[in-house]
Ligand binder design. Structure first.
Ligand code: ADP
Ligand code: ZN
Length: 626
């Protein structure tokens, strides 16, 4: 590309970003990507969810002559994507199996007449002779291959049609191609390059950090109550996803949340298709719904204003955790990833691996992945540092995770751990068989229950040697020992605890056990008020971390704006976020613009939206109590 062409694209790209999208500046690598593709270069873009991939092909499509063809497997999203673009004044349409013959023909005519800026197509549709011929006769600005990891036969999103997309380059060698994905690993990246023939594409790899997501992992004590505190507290009225491991639990939690006055819906593979899609559609369109779901829910959920993702069961791997929590906060506004985890999670996950039918090689991989996840859950250092390190990135402590905000106390649990190990040993020695966690802890704490007396365990030398620690603390120590493989659980025999060979080093004093000090009840309360104080101070702009709460007047106006948006969206038959994102409404609530010019200065208010909604909004703001 010539220097002149490139600098013209520079200026024009920024002008389109400001005027059409209403954003002040590009984020991260967006600018380089846009100018590279606009000048005719191929690109491979790896950016996390919410990183802003769409603009990377939308703006070049507007800068270049002809129509930009966007290939995506997510048919269910195309309508909303096209609606959102039309709201911005961009001429967009889609072709997929949901269109009737008449509607499809109208789109085809528009393509042939050169009346479109962007055309979204499903891959199977694109590869039909009819569609290829249509494109043959049209002027093409670019091809954008979204969700490009779908070419990977090893990934769970594999789409065979994606393999045939190499045909695009053969037929239209002069049309630039941009492939995009949020899947980070090097293997997938190499596969995309090979399968799509992108050898000469420039690679743009962004950091996978999601700075607006606050990570929080708490000990599971009373999970329903803890979930309710979390949802009804900091996230009242906000949209979120609650992940559970089983269908039965999804139903139970959705039901329970509803009974507590939280608008919640279930989603899992056991529900019939109609119910599932109805629930998904409501989640996308309505404000502030909570979706309680198994991991069957999520792929292609493009809702930008999911404010929290909560896990009531631990994911199997850090990849899973990253992907699921990543569905929060795509719009860049503050969001929270919260997980309650405890002894049962560790036991359950280990059991799933042990009892699986898979071969040993698979079990080793699965168990290594689980170890990494447990490491993240147990760490007393910055969660984000751990998370990014897993993906090969290094970073300083983030200041926006529980461990940074309320540093846990490190605890040398070597002595308690040795007591616990000896107790397991003594019990087995005395009775000839083992016992489960509850029994062992009762013996340690000197609790002479009927069962303890019946087996004569109140006479053991280890009876009562752990009276100084609470049940919660003992469970935390045991969780550590199981997480680190020093104790195993015999699932075939009533969850009996068994010493693993690895425990010998600790018993012999050759190693120590360092862990986070478990929170006691009073500790939890202190944590909560600390959080309240912090959130309050965050709203005056002094805290480095993004604020979750604002002050009351801002909050009140924000609520009114949301009501206005809900009404407007329903009249227009589009999801709320197609009108304005939360972040834009929040900007309006905070700055209270009094004129159209001031309103235009707020991020997310472009030319078309100013024209369509500006006057209404100024009236609404004017009539609200300051
Ligand atoms: P991705 O496809 O990478 O998950 P999107 O393209 O959906 O991300 O963008 C995520 C959000 O960020 C959207 O709400 C989008 O409007 C917003 N966004 C993207 N780029 C910018 C920017 N330069 N300035 C402000 N907001 C942006
Ligand atoms: Zn941190």
């Amino acid at each position: 590309m010539s220097a002149r062409a490139s600098s013209t694209f520079d200026r024009d790209a920024l002008a389109i970003l400001n005027r059409v999208f209403g954003y002040a500046s590009f984020r991260g690598a967006q600018h380089s990507i846009v100018t590279h593709v606009a000048a005719g270069g191929d690109a491979l873009v790896l950016m996390p969810t919410g990183g802003g991939k769409s603009l990377c092909y939308q703006i070049p499509a507007l800068l270049r002559d002809g129509v930009g063809v966007v290939i995506s497997p997510l048919i269910a999203l195309m309508q909303d994507q096209v609606d959102a673009l039309r709201e911005l004044g961009v001429r967009a349409a889609f072709l997929n199996s949901s269109l009737g013959a008449r509607e499809a023909a109208a789109v085809e005519r528009a393509v042939a007449a050169g009346e479109l800026d962007l055309l979204y197509v499903a891959p199977e549709r694109l590869l039909t002779a009819r569609c290829l011929e249509l494109l043959e006769n049209a002027r093409l600005a670019l091809f954008a291959i979204d969700e490009a990891h779908c070419v990977s036969q090893w990934g769970h999103d594999f789409r065979p049609e994606y393999l045939q997309l190499a045909v695009l380059h053969e037929r239209w060698p002069q049309v630039p191609r941009i492939a995009l994905t949020a899947t980070a690993d090097a293997l997938t990246r190499r596969e995309i390059v090979a399968k799509l023939g992108l050898h000469s594409a420039r690679e743009f790899v962004s950091s996978f950090d999601r700075p607006n997501i606050r990570y929080r992992i708490v000990e599971k004590i009373d999970p329903k109550r803890q979930l309710l505190d979390f949802v009804a507290g900091a996230h009242a009225g906000e949209a979120g996803i609650v992940y559970c491991a089983s269908r039965a639990k999804v139903d139970e939690i959705a039901h329970w949340l509803s009974a507590q006055g939280i608008a919640a819906l279930p989603y899992h593979a056991g529900l019939d298709n109609a119910t599932r899609s109805a629930h998904q559609a409501r989640f996308l369109r309505e404000d502030g719904l909570v979706m309680v779901a198994t991991i069957a829910f999520g792929m292609g959920i493009d809702k930008p204003d999911v404010r929290f993702v909560a896990h009531l069961d631990m994911p199997k791997s850090v990849e899973g955790y990253y992907q699921e929590t990543g569905r929060a906060g795509r719009d860049g506004a503050p969001a929270e990833a919260w997980m309650a985890y405890g002894l049962a999670d560790v036991v359950q996950q280990r059991r799933l691996i042990e009892q699986s039918e898979a071969d040993d090689a698979y079990k080793r991989v699965a168990s290594a992945k689980l170890d990494a996840m447990l490491g993240l859950a147990e760490t007393i250092d910055c969660r984000r540092v751990r998370l990014l390190a897993y993906f090969g990135e290094s970073s300083p402590p983030c200041g926006n995770c529980d461990n940074c905000l309320e540093p846990p106390q490190p605890w040398d649990a070597t002595e308690p751990a040795r007591k616990l190990l000896s107790c397991i040993y003594r019990i087995r020695q005395a009775s000839g068989f083992g016992f489960g966690a509850q029994h062992v802890i009762a013996v340690l704490r000197g609790h002479a229950s009927e069962r303890v007396r019946q087996h004569g365990h109140d006479a053991l030398s280890t009876f009562g040697i752990g009276a100084d620690l609470s049940e919660t603390e003992w469970r935390a120590v045991l969780r550590q020992l199981i997480a680190q493989g020093l104790v195993t659980v015999d699932h075939a025999r009533h969850q009996v605890l068994v010493l693993a060979d690895a425990s010998r080093a600790l018993l012999r004093g050759e190693r120590t056990l360092q862990m986070r000090r478990p929170k006691t009840e009073s500790g939890r309360r202190a944590g909560r008020s600390a959080r309240r104080a912090r959130d309050a101070s965050a709203s005056d702009g002094t805290a480095a971390a993004p604020a979750v709460f604002g002050d009351a007047t801002v909050e009140a106006l924000f609520e009114r704006l949301r009501q206005w948006r809900r009404a407007t969206a329903s009249t227009r038959g589009v999801p709320s976020y197609v009108i304005f994102h939360d972040a834009t409404l929040r900007g309006i609530a905070e700055r209270r613009p009094a004129t159209l010019a001031e309103l235009a200065g707020i991020s997310g208010v472009g030319e078309k939206k100013l024209e369509a909604y500006g006057a209404e909004l100024i009236d609404l703001i004017g009539s609200a109590d300051p």
